[in-house]
Design a protein around this ligand. Structure first.
Ligand code: MLT
Length: 261
């Protein structure tokens, strides 16, 4: 079994066989945030978990945008066969929404995990600008380290092994990726008006204690996307794929099994 494939000199993590499923990570993270879920999906699916641009060996855009990130994921899907089930976590969900607008033929089924469809409001954009300023003045870890408690539920914050794994992923992100992600998220489009046009099977997954993209936002997405199902993960915060991989993998597996049959 291949564990990686080379694509434009980039190594994309890959495991398993079956219908292709692409897992798109969030901020300030990389494809390793999906490792536990990927392992659980791999008996039934060919699972790919690429890094978004601005990371290790991926392209570094001069004008980062969610559109640019989506075109990178479309290129990965093109290279892997042209069509896949896609799960997007948080910022990865923003990328998936853009992919559905720009390259809908690449998405066979869409799972939105701990994410939202709206754009940043004025206060949100100001907060991104402050974070960009702090990252430039004090270094990216001054911003990204502060994210760790917000990513996890109260129960997960009491699990030292999990906290250490999350911290290791956050700390290894290069300074460019932190600033580029913040710029891309700050300027992303409002996807709320396009939710009614989503025409592939859709699933919404949300941690019951998600403090960044709370359950109310997930419920609004589920209501607006025709036929979408909503699954709540009890006891998980924002980073449900790392906090509760059994439950998240079970939800994704059942969904993709039916949708990609
Ligand atoms: C993420 O988890 O990808 C980000 O926190 C999302 C955001 O800040 O909007």
């Amino acid at each position: 079994m291949r564990t990686k494939y080379q694509f434009r000199n980039v190594e994309v993590r890959e495991e398993g066989s079956g219908p292709a499923v692409v897992l798109v990570h969030g901020y300030p993270l990389d494809g390793d945030m999906w490792a536990d879920v990927s392992r659980r999906l791999s008996p039934k699916f060919r699972v790919l978990r690429p890094d978004l641009p601005s990371r290790r060996d991926t392209p570094h855009p001069s004008q980062p945008s969610i559109r640019e990130y989506a075109s990178w994921i479309a290129a990965v899907i093109d290279a892997a066969g042209g069509r896949a089930g896609v799960a997007g976590f948080s910022m990865g969900g923003y990328v998936l929404l853009e992919l559905l607008r720009a390259r809908p033929e690449t998405v066979a089924a869409a799972a939105f995990v701990d994410t939202q469809a709206g754009a940043d409001d004025a206060a949100g954009r100001q907060a991104r600008n402050r974070a960009i300023f702090t990252a430039r003045e004090m270094g990216p870890s001054a911003v990204s380290d502060g994210m760790i408690p917000k990513l996890l539920s109260a129960g997960s914050r009491g699990r030292p092994d999990l906290v250490a794994r999350v911290r290791a992923i956050v700390r290894r992100q290069n300074p460019n990726s932190i600033e580029n992600d913040l710029l891309a998220m700050r300027d992303r489009a409002d996807s709320l008006p396009s939710l009614g046009a989503v025409s592939v099977p859709a699933l919404i997954v949300v941690g019951s204690e998600d403090a960044i993209t709370p359950p109310a936002k997930a419920a609004a997405m589920a209501q607006a996307i025709p036929g979408a199902a909503l699954v709540s993960i009890p006891g998980a915060g924002h980073l449900s794929p790392m906090e509760k991989p059994d439950e998240v993998a079970a939800a994704l597996s059942g969904f993709f099994e039916k949708a990609l049959r």
